[in-house]
Design a binder for this molecule. Structure first.
Ligand code: DGL
Length: 269
């Protein structure tokens, strides 16, 4: 049994898709969330910069006495997981392997799509993870760099004209590729689920990388006997690296819980 909090980070709002599921699966756990909103997006930056930012975020969380760290960001997972996992004695969870496994068990035809940031798609992390599961899969990938700014700006309603036009452009080739499963390989993208689903059609199953990662974390912490032992009453503390108001507003909408006044701005170094 371990009552210390779980640390979770992302470049911005995206990691909240993981936090929401973590709280649902483990309502008795305390969570410390860091969104590096002053430097979002990570996904259009070099690997070197992503590693640097991720190490700073991880070090902030580690300074808060956490028992486990969740990299709730596919971009940081595909560029910095090895460095972070090698730097801390606690369990460090990445956000790529579990969604890949979920897609592998979901697909019927073996044709799987992956969308993510430029860095995640460029790293080939999902292709490698899927090929390790079965070399018979055919994987179609597309970077969607404007999705993160859309989410951070709150353009997440399924009838948002700008979001639909951008999604149409990014997803056209995937739609004609005959996939039956699409990995939302960026934790921001489930906030655009309505838009993505409208463009792809109901026949394509969407895999939420944030939620899948949360399932892994819950199962693994339980197996390691590292849960708090409480069935309810867990709380979440939120930190960001830019002004808090926009984050509070959108996060409250997404989490369906009012977190206004509960977010603190900090500086990372
Ligand atoms: N939510 C992130 C991811 O899963 C990061 C997006 C970004 O900052 O570009 O990749």
């Amino acid at each position: 049994m371990d009552k210390r909090p779980i640390g979770v980070f992302d470049s911005g709002l995206g990691g909240l898709t993981t936090v929401k599921k973590l709280s649902e699966l483990m309502p008795g756990e305390d969570i410390i969330y860091l969104g590096d909103t002053g430097r979002v997006p990570y996904g259009s930056r070099s690997k070197e910069t992503i590693v640097k930012y991720s190490c700073q975020a991880a070090s902030f969380l580690a300074g808060h006495g956490i028992k486990a760290m969740v990299i709730a960001c596919n971009t940081a997972s595909s560029s910095a997981y090895d460095v972070l996992a090698g730097s801390y004695a606690m369990p460090v969870y990445e956000a790529v392997s579990t969604p890949a496994k979920a897609a592998a068990s979901q697909t019927g035809c073996g044709r799987i799509g992956v969308i993510g940031t430029k860095a995640t798609i460029g790293s080939g992390a999902y292709e490698s993870a899927l090929m390790r599961i079965s070399p018979d899969f055919t994987v179609f990938s597309a970077p969607c760099p404007l999705f993160v700014p859309l989410v951070e700006d709150g353009a997440i309603e399924e009838d948002d004209v700008a979001a639909l036009a951008i999604a149409e452009r990014y997803l056209r080739n995937l739609r004609s590729a005959g996939i039956d499963t699409l990995i939302l390989g960026c934790t921001h993208y489930p906030l655009l689920r309505g838009v993505i689903s409208k463009v792809m059609g109901p026949q394509v199953a969407l895999i939420d990388s944030g939620a899948e990662t949360a399932k892994l974390v819950a199962g693994d912490l339980s197996a390691k006997d590292m849960l708090s032992g409480r069935d309810e009453g867990g709380s979440t503390r939120y930190y960001v690296t830019d002004a808090t108001d926009g984050f509070e507003e959108l996060a409250s909408r997404f989490l369906e819980s009012d977190i206004r006044g509960m977010v603190q701005q900090i500086a990372l170094e």
